[in-house]
Design a protein around this ligand. Structure first.
Ligand code: UD1
Ligand code: UDP
Length: 377
């Protein structure tokens, strides 16, 4: 195996990393030496391979093939497998995105090897340390030398944690770069529904549907919570059909809890396997509302102007609530149903697209990074 030396080493591992890395690598192509490491945190074709094809991400130079495990095991395995790569290739910098275990694991190894770390999507805070992602965010931001933020609130969070102001650059949202770059290529929703459940699903959803994504451990890992959510979904589905691309964590939880059967018996819910990015955009564009606990989907719905109900008690992306279409609802039945009813009656709150969510964030990153790389020489 011959890996390129002295590159800016970009890291991906889990689904939301792919939409973020694609525009960054495209913007830097030919301007800085790049390499791509896939940790293999996500490995099902539907959770990763499809995104390389659809987003035009280069083939990774290496896949660490880490796979699933407990937090300690997975983070440790990524670190063990990443360290020799750094040792043999001497990267100029390591660029990590988001807040998954691959992000912190690679940032930590790089820092200990005195390779500077660049963090894209820095400074987001839910202020909820029971979320594994919050730990990953706080620690990655402590390690990073160069921090790119998606919304203005992130700078204050970082300054409070002692990050030096000159390291922080507000550039906007690369997730939205991908969204705008690919929206016109979205696969029409009908085709996706046909593939999954045939004409029945298409007919049921013809007058409008909601999209649901669900994968936070706090929502799906405990049987009683998952049961509560399914009862809530049942009531929502009596108002509007729900299309539900099921995340593998949730799929495993449905098996473990025996709740798969219960879900299958609800006629207005259409579970489907995780869909590709272009299929997801097609579904989102035509949705009347979105129910989610995903970070990225809260942002995409704000950019698309689609009402979003976040099935969590907090968000690390406050701009989607303050300026966008997002409402943080939790999972209490009465509250969520009243928001759904309001959206169905009035179209929900109208939002605007936040500052710098304009499809050009990766170009701003490129401009800052090229100057910074020059200074490193
Ligand atoms: C991870 C991220 C989360 C992110 C999400 C995006 C961490 C701590 N969590 O959560 O922040 O929002 O990805 O989707 O990094 N599995 C498969 N096939 C796969 C991948 C996972 O079957 O390709 C199953 C396994 O049972 C695994 C479970 O999903 O144990 C969870 O996977 P993991 O990567 O640990 O966490 P996610 O819940 O996917
Ligand atoms: N997404 C997708 N297919 C799906 C579900 C989600 O392509 O079946 C996309 C979604 O549109 C967004 C990204 O995956 O671009 C968000 O990833 P995820 O929700 O897994 O992670 P999070 O953003 O919560 O970390």
């Amino acid at each position: 195996m011959s890996l390129p030396k002295k590159t800016v080493m970009c890291i991906v591992g889990a689904r939301p990393n792919f939409m973020k890395i694609a525009p960054i690598m495209a913007a830097l192509d030919g301007l800085a030496p790049l390499s791509l490491i896939h940790t293999g945190q996500h490995y099902d074709a539907a959770m990763q391979l499809l995104f390389f094809q659809q987003l035009g991400i280069p083939k990774p130079d290496i896949n660490l093939e880490v796979g699933s495990g407990s937090h300690g095991w997975q983070t440790g395995q990524i670190m063990q497998r990443f360290e020799p790569i750094i040792e043999t290739t001497d990267p100029v910098a390591v660029l990590v995105v988001g807040d998954v275990n691959s992000t912190i694991a690679c940032a930590l190894v790089a820092t200990k090897k005195q390779v500077p770390v660049i963090h894209v999507e820095a400074g987001l805070r839910s202020f909820d340390r029971s979320m594994p992602e919050e730990i990953n965010r706080v620690l990655t931001d402590q390690l990073a030398q160069l921090l790119f933020t998606t919304e203005r609130s992130a700078r204050g969070n970082l300054l409070r944690e002692g990050v030096e102001d000159h390291r922080i650059h507000f550039v906007g949202n690369v997730m939205i770069d991908s969204l705008f770059n690919h929206c016109s290529k979205a696969v029409i929703a009908k085709e996706t529904l046909m593939k999954s459940r045939g004409e029945g699903a298409v007919e049921s959803c013809a007058k409008g549907y909601a999209i649901l994504t669900l994968h936070r451990p706090s929502n799906v890992d405990e049987i009683t919570t998952l049961q509560r959510i399914i009862l809530l979904l049942q009531q929502i589905s009596e108002r509007i059909p729900i299309v539900f691309p099921v995340h593998p964590r949730t799929n495993a939880a449905l098996d473990r809890s025996g709740l798969r059967q219960k879900l299958a018996q609800i006629p207005g819910i259409f579970p489907i396997p995780p869909v590709g990015y272009l299929e997801m955009l097609g579904l989102l564009k035509k949705a009347r509302l979105v129910l989610t606990d995903s970070g990225g989907v809260q942002e995409e719905t704000t950019a698309l102007g689609i009402p979003c109900i976040t099935l969590r008690d907090n968000t690390e992306r406050p701009i989607t609530v303050e300026e966008g279409t997002n409402t943080v609802a939790g999972i209490a039945l009465e509250r969520v149903l009243s928001i759904v009813d309001d959206i169905l009656a009035t179209g929900g709150k109208s939002g605007r697209i936040p500052e710098f969510w304009d499809g050009k964030a990766a170009f701003r990153i490129r401009d800052v990074m090229l100057g910074w790389l020059d200074d490193l020489k």
